[in-house]
Ligand binder design. Sequence first.
Ligand code: C5P
Length: 401
Amino acid sequence: MLGGKNILLGISGGIAAYKTTFLVRLLIKAGAQVKVVMTQSASSFVSPLTLSTLSKNPVLMDFVNEEDGSLSWNNHVELGLWADLMLIAPATANTLSKMANGTCDNLLLATYLSAKCPVYVAPAMDLDMYKHPSTKASLEKVESFGNRIVPAESGELASGLHGEGRMAEPENIVHYIESDLAKGLPLTGKRVLITAGPTHEAIDPVRFLGNKSTGTMGFELAKHAANLGAKVVLVSGPTHLNVDHAFIDLVRVTSAQEMYEACHKSYADVDVAICAAAVADYRPATVAKEKIKKQEGKMSIKLERTPDILKSLGEVKKDQFLVGFALETENELENAKDKLKRKNLNGIVLNSLKDDGAGFGGSTNKITFIDKNLEIKTFDLKTKSEVASDIWEEIISRIHA
Ligand code: C5P
């Protein structure tokens, strides 16, 4: 949600300012670019050097910089235009009062007045200051201007007292912003289940049957869904991929049986399920307890079927929009349509192994989307990220129809 966003962090002078180091790290980790503007008094609580190191940008405090005898102007208008969103954390009673009244006696306030982007404000102060009618009035006025207030939390305060007024924890601030940005997105309020990657079926304690799936397609589908506002459960077989998104719950599994169980645990609560995993169709009928020793001559391993997860989800389907993948080598369309019916799907994504660059293992894919009315749409060869976007467009147009 915050990936690629330009975030201006305004820090005013309260003890909670020390927590902004964690805040900057979380924002950077979420993929945002961060610039810090702080008041002079904030610099008594947290070092500008720490913040500039973490944000990888100079920290600005004054309208004018003096360096090697020459003066330069910190342009608050440009800063305001640069920002996709501004976060003022901590916002002290003093800064809130000035924001409410349009006072503009420092760079932070001038930048705030210049910013056209959404502004989030995380108040922080002692409980009696927080309760004071003038603070309440400031907060109400600041909110009435269209700014979003990240509610202060209750707990132990720097004064030693307990009560409301503590700045929301950095994780909660980031979560609040992400949830707020998600409002109005096409998948907001929707729950999504996605399977990804291969499965490994144990032969003995050190060997397994597997395949070349990297999990890229499923991870891209999960990231796109989360960026479109959905809460996602991503059930992934063994892969080197990772994802760090507040809206993605990554459940790592190894075997088809574990994937089956993880999927059925979430399925009843989801609106959309997409099975993009390359699940092994067979597993060894018995798993040797000890490492199998080599012997003269041939050896064979007796295999049994794994559960067909997608089919089992189709069998218990209620209102879920269920999508499967089909990787075909011949009679592609007919086989895919047959699979769509047999597994009781709402849509199927066909990739033909005849198309160069399609299928698993690579970074591109070429797909055809078929829905349950047998409406067919074929796409060009694209990156898996672009393919994920196309697939979601197809699904969204149908679940909102
Ligand atoms: O029948 P086939 O294996 O070709 O179907 C592929 C689709 O079924 C994919 O969406 C895949 O994720 C899913 N599948 C599954 N469980 C299996 C085998 C395939 O969910 N055991």
